[in-house]
Design a protein around this ligand. Structure first.
Ligand SMILES: [Zn+2]
Ligand SMILES: [Zn+2]
Length: 262
């Protein structure tokens, strides 16, 4: 049987440029080489028209710096590792055209799609944050409704944006205790995966989940549903510190094998 995932490719690496990670781009490259990776892809946060503070993404002028330094590193380390420069594009349904316009300015080699924010009364709440300023209001709005909106938004995003990989499928509200999907959410996830398949997008297996909850994102049953549809899986460490590049990748083959559909 063919391997389910390439463990020598880390497709999701951040840098200090996003304001909530530590380490220079070069520190991450060195860490990836030490891990024995063949390819690494930086996937820096790109958000458009998001009303949230503090900003946890790169503005265009920082992206200029990012792509310039990335080009230097690609060349400098070309004999040791393949480096790719991508963005983790936060989908904002109210800023689709503005986002597309920004994407065209940069030599982007890979787009990971995510949706970190929930619009509420003219401002954005962070669905993936553990900060109380967002979580308390999201809890009040009703987690079921928030999750339902999240899954619908991701489905529209995958259908709208020409992206390479879907990130964070089930990471919304991950810091809200006791969060779970109801029957309706599960139907929505099936529909989302159908769209991922139609659009020929890959699904990210995000190994930051091993640190958050002892298993990768998304949940095992979602991975099985993706495999039933023949959706390719791509590993991402979501490293926000150099030492997290390629985290738990050595465990992925054994972790994924039992999830193969019968
Ligand atoms: Zn981040
Ligand atoms: Zn990320």
């Amino acid at each position: 049987m063919s391997p389910l995932i390439d463990t020598q490719f880390d497709g999701h690496v951040h840098t200090r440029l996003c304001n909530h990670a530590e380490g220079e781009m070069e520190d991450y490259v060195r860490a990836a080489i030490e891990r024995g990776l063949r390819t690494m892809c930086f996937l820096e946060h790109l958000e458009t028209e998001i009303n949230y503070q503090p900003s946890c993404w790169l503005e265009d002028e920082t992206f200029v710096e990012y792509f310039a330094e990335g080009a230097r590193l690609k060349e400098h380390y070309q004999d040791q590792i393949e480096i790719r420069l991508g963005v983790e594009m936060g989908f904002n349904p109210l800023a689709v055209e503005a986002t597309q316009a920004r994407l065209q300015h940069f030599p982007i080699e890979r787009i990971g799609l995510s949706c970190h924010f929930h619009l509420y009364e003219g401002r954005h709440l962070n669905l993936l944050s553990r900060r109380r300023q967002s979580l308390d209001i999201l809890a009040e709005l009703g987690p079921d409704q928030v999750l339902s909106t999240y899954l619908d938004t991701l489905t529209v995003a995958v259908a709208t944006v020409n992206c390479d990989v879907l990130c964070h499928l089930d990471a919304a509200l991950r810091h809200l205790p006791g969060i779970s999907f109801n029957a309706e959410h599960k139907i929505q996830i099936g529909h989302l995966l159908d769209t991922v398949k139609t659009q020929e997008t890959a699904l990210e297996i995000n190994t930051s989940g091993f640190d958050y909850r002892g298993s990768a994102f998304p949940a095992p049953w979602i991975i099985t549903e993706a495999l039933k549809r023949d959706i390719p899986l791509q590993a991402g460490s979501d490293a926000h510190r150099p030492q997290d590049v390629g985290r738990y990748f050595q465990d992925l083959p054994d972790y994924l094998e039992p999830l193969r559909p019968a």
